[in-house]
Ligand binder design. Structure first.
Ligand code: HEM
Length: 155
């Protein structure tokens, strides 16, 4: 394995850990802990949390895609000859990216605007009905990606 592949694999693993770990913290730890706050404080906190985390996620996505396809090309060569688990990784990866982009540009933009307007019941509704399910799905898909990435070579 050459140095570029070592770097690509390391970058890929680290940013995957940071992205999925960040979702886990938000969904499984911060969400229940923040329930003790009143809606105005809680929803304002979420705007702040997401406004800090989401720019990182864009960076993670760029790094994952570049390192993933780099590694794919260098170590596995052609598209058709690649093992099935790489196709699964790519498909689920793009699904995660698409879901995140939708979350960012549609419900999160709305959520931020509603909180800025102090329309807290409506903002809470967007958070619960639109954002939360997507975050839960991406957490599951992220865990699945880690399983595929780690176990795929042994399939
Ligand atoms: C979207 C396009 C993606 C491509 C083209 C891609 C490609 C790859 C490749 C080529 C490997 C190495 C497999 C091996 O060593 O046999 C890999 C591994 C891995 N991928 Fe991805 N991947 C993508 C997205 C993602 C995403 C979104 C995540 C998680 C958030 C992820 C998590 C992992 C993990 C944890 C590994 C195992 C460790 C490693 O080899 O880096 N990948 N991926």
């Amino acid at each position: 394995m050459n140095v570029a592949s070592l770097i690509a694999t390391s970058v890929h693993t680290v940013v995957a850990v940071l992205w999925v770990g960040g979702i886990f913290l938000a969904y499984r730890v911060l969400r229940p802990a923040a329930m003790q706050l009143q809606p105005p404080q809680r929803l304002t906190l979420w705007v702040d949390v997401f406004s800090r985390f989401f720019p990182w996620v864009w960076g993670f996505i760029i790094a994952l895609v570049i390192s993933g396809y780099w590694d794919w090309n260098v170590r596995f060569g052609g598209y058709e000859s690649a093992p099935i688990y790489l196709h699964a990784m790519q498909l689920i990866g793009w699904l995660m990216i698409f879901l995140f982009a939708w979350l960012y540009f549609v419900p999160f933009a709305k959520f931020k605007a509603l909180v800025a307007d102090q329309q807290f019941p409506e903002a809470g509704k967007v958070m619960n009905e639109k954002m939360r399910p997507v975050i839960a799905i991406n957490l599951t898909l992220g865990v699945l990606e880690a399983i595929i990435g780690a176990s795929g070579p042994f399939w």
